[in-house]
Design a protein around this ligand. Structure first.
Ligand SMILES: N[C@@H](CCC(=O)N[C@@H](CS)C(=O)NCC(=O)O)C(=O)O
Length: 303
């Protein structure tokens, strides 16, 4: 018997001369920092009432190591033990004008054999000309994108696959939803996108304002963690995942040269052990690259 192995296919190397930079015409950053439109907003539901039923083997996540928004989906998938239920693959870390692409460094597209993520968008909406963003939740049944709206993707992974998931981990408990939603709202504004606003500030005044907003938020979170092990109490929730991906990039990326804060993450009494505590868990550790050895130290609080 002969087996034909499908050869992996890849996009050519990143080439800014031939393809330009990703952005113009694609990446619309509104001045008031409202989110750009993420047009695919299907929801997966346990009962299938949304048209996308939670089923093992049906969905695939396209993510990027470098993207914190995609990182959340990768963490939640592992926290819920869904590795055999929802497949996942990585696009390359770099982009030219063609957007996210599959290259040798991170491997091929195992589902469709696409070389560019744009093909997934185009298969869903012919001639699609908008953002080619990750994360993308792909549906093998319909041959299209369910969602590229990151908050919905993580919530659906956290709540709709319970038949196959580790149900001892409840990332979005009914009783805590209002509190988690409130936390997610200001953490998204003041921390997750706050660090980006500092980096992109047009004037020194604006940078100072944005910088102080991030530092105040980190201080508020630090205080909160003096009382609770996790943001909403004794167990990890969606809010912790939302915050952690920014903390993991804070010293090395966002706060390089103390652009945001005079204090590094390790100078925050409660945030630092909290961040390290989460990193000791496989769902965080195995989806994260490049953290220095200091992150390996046990957090030193009662287990
Ligand atoms: N910033 C988005 C999350 C997704 C996102 O920004 N992904 C980035 C990589 S970290 C991306 O793919 N950007 C390309 C684009 O949006 O055109 C949001 O507010 O929901």
């Amino acid at each position: 018997m002969t087996t034909t192995l499908r050869q992996p296919v890849y996009a050519g190397p990143v080439d800014h001369v031939a393809y330009g930079h990703y952005g113009p015409g694609r990446l619309h950053l509104s001045p008031d920092w409202n989110r750009p439109l993420y047009p695919f907003q299907g929801r997966v539901t346990a009962d299938g009432s949304s048209g996308f039923r939670a089923e093992p083997g049906r969905y695939h996540l396209y993510v990027a190591w470098v993207c914190p928004y995609a990182h959340r989906a990768a963490i939640v998938r592992k926290l819920k033990g869904l590795e055999d239920v929802v497949s996942l693959s990585y696009v390359d870390d770099e982009r030219d004008g063609r957007g996210w692409a599959f290259r040798e460094r991170r491997g091929p597209d195992p589902v469709n054999g696409f070389t560019l993520l744009e093909q997934a968008y185009d298969a869903t909406e012919k001639g699609y000309g908008g953002h080619i963003s990750v994360p993308v939740l792909w549906d093998r049944h319909t041959g299209g994108i369910v969602s590229n709206n990151f908050p919905d993707i993580t919530l659906d992974l956290a709540t709709q696959f319970e038949r196959w998931a580790d149900t001892s981990v409840d990332l979005y408990p009914d009783a805590l939803r209002p509190e988690i939603n409130t936390l997610n709202g200001w953490i998204y504004h003041d921390v997750n996108t706050g660090v980006t606003r500092v980096a992109r500030a047009a004037t020194e005044d604006e940078r100072e304002t944005e910088r102080h907003r991030v530092v105040a938020a980190l201080e508020r979170l630090d205080e909160r963690l003096a009382e609770h092990r996790f943001l909403t109490g004794a167990t990890i929730t969606e809010a912790d995942v939302r915050l952690w991906v920014t903390l993991a990039r804070f010293d090395a990326e966002h706060n390089r040269g103390h652009l945001v804060s005079e204090r590094e993450l390790r100078d925050f009494e409660h945030l630092w052990p909290y961040a390290r505590d989460l990193y000791q868990r496989p769902a965080f550790r195995e989806t994260t690259e490049g953290l220095p050895a200091a992150w390996d130290q046990p957090h030193g609080r009662g287990a």
